[in-house]
Design a protein around this ligand. Structure first.
Ligand code: AKB
Length: 317
């Protein structure tokens, strides 16, 4: 029987992942933790506890006491925020990972999911259809920490048998919990502002293409990777995950199909340089071949879904 710990359950991914895992593994077997309080739905459907992943002794104690077999460690400072507090962000991102890797090695929680990101690529990487194996010279604190993390994950797999699994998430688009401090956040904010004000001021320029994925697809694929036969996994660093690539201008045009008067203004800030260093599109054929990565939401379907759900949430319709 699997007993699963999700670290960072109150964030954009965690708040949806916990509920999905509970459907499959049973409410009582999915332990949600964070350094801050969790959304009501998480607290009410199963175990929730405040836990600081930077506190190694407590983490190890938790894994042993609850006989945890799998860990999803989602704690991270995202790209935009990390540029404001570089050393602190490096410390948090790396210590959070190293603690879970070591705790996995020293307990029965041998299976570990840790999210990497398209941020592992940099300005010298081929920008279109970025291959799985290519030049990787990230120039952001977040990207450097993600690339180092992938290397450490693979190292712990080879050296200590920790069953490390990871994907390089593109920007994730969701309506339940908003992201915080990322470069791809515009693609979530735009929907909330469209519903609230029918207008949006975008912090990236109109032609900045980036890979994105709707949260339902991201969650489904994350769990699929964790359930995959280990024999089928040719990579123990992190798998490319492409999703859909579009620019702010293309996204605004899609929103305008539903809200013809929708207006958008472009005022690029410091996050423009981060976006310019990332791929515009990704090749995820290795993940498709190894463990069956599949996605369902294209730009049209995702936009329709986001507008409908956010309208319901804000206006109660
Ligand atoms: C960010 O923008 O920092 C994240 C990411 C792509 O990893 N959404």
């Amino acid at each position: 029987m699997e007993r699963i710990l999700v670290i960072g359950c109150s964030g954009q991914i965690g708040s949806e992942l916990v509920l999905e895992l509970r459907k499959t593994y049973g409410n009582g077997n999915v332990f949600a933790t964070d350094i801050k309080n969790a959304p009501e739905e998480i607290r009410e459907t199963g175990p929730f506890q405040i836990l600081d992943v930077l506190d190694y002794k407590n983490l190890l104690h938790f894994l042993v006491r609850h006989k945890i077999t799998q860990v999803y460690n989602l704690a991270a400072v995202l790209s935009g925020n990390a540029e404001k507090i570089p050393l602190q962000a490096w410390d948090i991102n790396m210590r959070a990972l190293m603690n879970t890797l070591q705790a996995a090695q020293q307990s029965s929680a041998k299976k570990l999911f840790w999210p990497s990101s398209i941020a592992v690529f940099g300005p010298t990487t081929p920008r279109i259809s970025t291959p799985q194996l290519t030049v990787m010279e990230p120039n952001t604190v977040y990207g450097i920490s993600k690339l180092a993390g992938e290397r450490w994950g693979e190292y712990f797999y080879n050296k200590y048998g920790v069953d490390f699994r990871s994907v390089r998430y593109p920007g994730l688009i969701s309506y339940k919990t908003e992201p915080g401090g990322g470069t791809t956040d515009y693609a979530v904010e735009i929907f909330f502002e469209a519903i609230k004000k029918n207008c949006y001021e975008c912090f990236l320029s109109e032609d900045t293409a980036l890979p994105m994925m709707f949260m339902d697809d991201a969650i489904k694929n994350t769990i699929k990777l964790m359930d995959a036969d280990p024999e089928k996994l040719s990579l123990r660093s992190s798998y490319n995950m492409a999703g859909i690539s579009f620019t702010p201008k293309q996204l605004a045009a899609e929103i305008s199909k539903h809200q013809p008067d929708f207006c958008i203004e472009y005022k690029p800030d410091f996050r423009q340089a981060i976006a310019d260093s990332w791929p515009a599109s990704i090749d995820d054929s290795v993940a498709r071949a190894d463990w069956g990565l599949q996605d369902e939401f294209d730009l049209e379907k995702m936009s329709h879904h986001m507008l409908t759900k956010i309208d319901e949430k804000i206006n109660g319709i």
